[in-house]
Design a protein around this ligand. Structure first.
Ligand SMILES: [Zn+2]
Length: 344
């Protein structure tokens, strides 16, 4: 089979290679990959800028949907030919306190597809059966492959944030996760939904309006803090989702969150914050991290996708063969498209 391999930390160390079809264990399935989403983390690894450990060489891709081609001896509940999506915790310890809590996504021993073990930008991928969910018939496999980033957004907005209908919500960073967070905030009844970007996000901020943002800011260098001062009672917004991750976005989040409000940080940024966190104390703001997702979130998101309540139309801008990976990566990197899906 052909697979897209990230073979070293140096920028650009990604190429298509001929690979053996993976051998599966008793509790695994072999999936014939039908569609695989390109994630910001694939782009980070492509440019060698990731802040996590990568087991080189590794096949990229952790957002995928496919057909079961082969079942391990002990797998129950699935049959050959079933259409499935897979969660990302490819390797977990046998047992741990976090696994028993259902929080295996936070287990330090977790290894994910695309960095820890071979991912799905290839003809086939090996996945443990415990990771799988059936795809409802009304959902295309291309859209189903984006279940994973929807789950990241669902966890950030609907599980880790305390949000009520009518709350004002600002999302900083209109990348795929930020836009999907905007979708979740809209679904949760945001009273006023603001999406904030930079002048390089013009295209993505247009998509933010399509997914239901009431206001987009930043495309023309607007003073966001000043705008929020003139919004509503002037005290700030109830909830800020930081999906950008750089220190400037957390600084802005602290400026625009109202007293007793919440900031949920889902964006990564390896650099030190380099500013005072005193506004967090003074305004008694809750700062919450959010990472990954677990089984109940996948089931909820799949039902929302199947019913059309989550519409991926505005976000999924390109479906291409795996051979066009380079062009698709570049288009996503420069913001020309929000999200691309590859077909091996
Ligand atoms: Zn992802």
């Amino acid at each position: 089979m052909i697979g897209l391999v990230n073979y070293a930390k140096d920028p650009g160390s990604v190429e298509l290679r001929e690979l053996p079809i993976p051998e599966i264990g008793e509790d695994d399935v072999l999936l014939k990959v039908h569609a695989v989403g390109i994630c910001g983390s694939d782009l980070h690894q492509y440019s060698g800028k990731q802040s996590w450990h990568v087991n080189y060489p590794v096949v990229l891709g952790h957002e995928f949907a496919g057909f079961i081609a082969k079942l391990g001896r002990r797998v129950v509940g699935f049959r050959e030919g079933d259409q499935v999506v897979s969660e990302t915790a490819a390797v977990l310890p046998q047992d741990s306190a976090l696994i028993r809590q259902g929080l295996y996504n936070l287990d330090p021993g977790r290894l994910g597809f695309g960095y820890g073990v071979d991912g799905a930008m290839a003809g086939f991928v090996k996945a443990p059966a415990r990771c799988l969910h059936h795809i409802p018939p009304s959902l295309t496999l291309e859209k189903a492959s984006l279940t994973e980033p929807c789950c990241v957004a669902y966890n950030a907005v609907c599980v880790n944030s305390h949000m009520r209908p009518g709350d004002s919500v600002a999302v900083i960073g209109p990348g795929p996760i930020g836009l999907l967070c905007a979708v979740m905030a809209k679904l949760s009844g945001a009273g006023h939904l603001i999406v904030i970007g930079t002048p390089s996000d013009t295209k993505r901020l247009e998509v933010a309006l399509q997914v239901g943002a009431d206001k987009v800011l930043g495309a023309h260098g607007e003073d966001v803090a000043e705008w929020v001062k003139n919004f509503g009672d002037g005290l700030g917004v109830d909830l800020v989702i930081d999906a950008a991750g750089v220190s400037a976005s957390l600084k802005l989040a602290l400026e625009i969150t109202r007293p007793a409000g919440q900031i949920t940080k889902v964006g990564w940024g390896p650099q030190p914050v380099n500013f005072s966190l005193d506004p967090l104390v003074q305004k008694a703001i809750t700062l919450q991290g959010s990472f990954s997702h677990n089984w109940p979130i996948w089931e909820k998101v799949l039902s929302l996708l199947a019913s059309g309540k989550i519409d991926l139309g505005p976000v999924l801008n390109r479906i291409s063969p795996l051979s066009e990976w380079h062009d698709a990566f570049e288009q996503m990197h420069c913001g020309a498209i929000v999200k691309g899906v590859l077909k091996p």
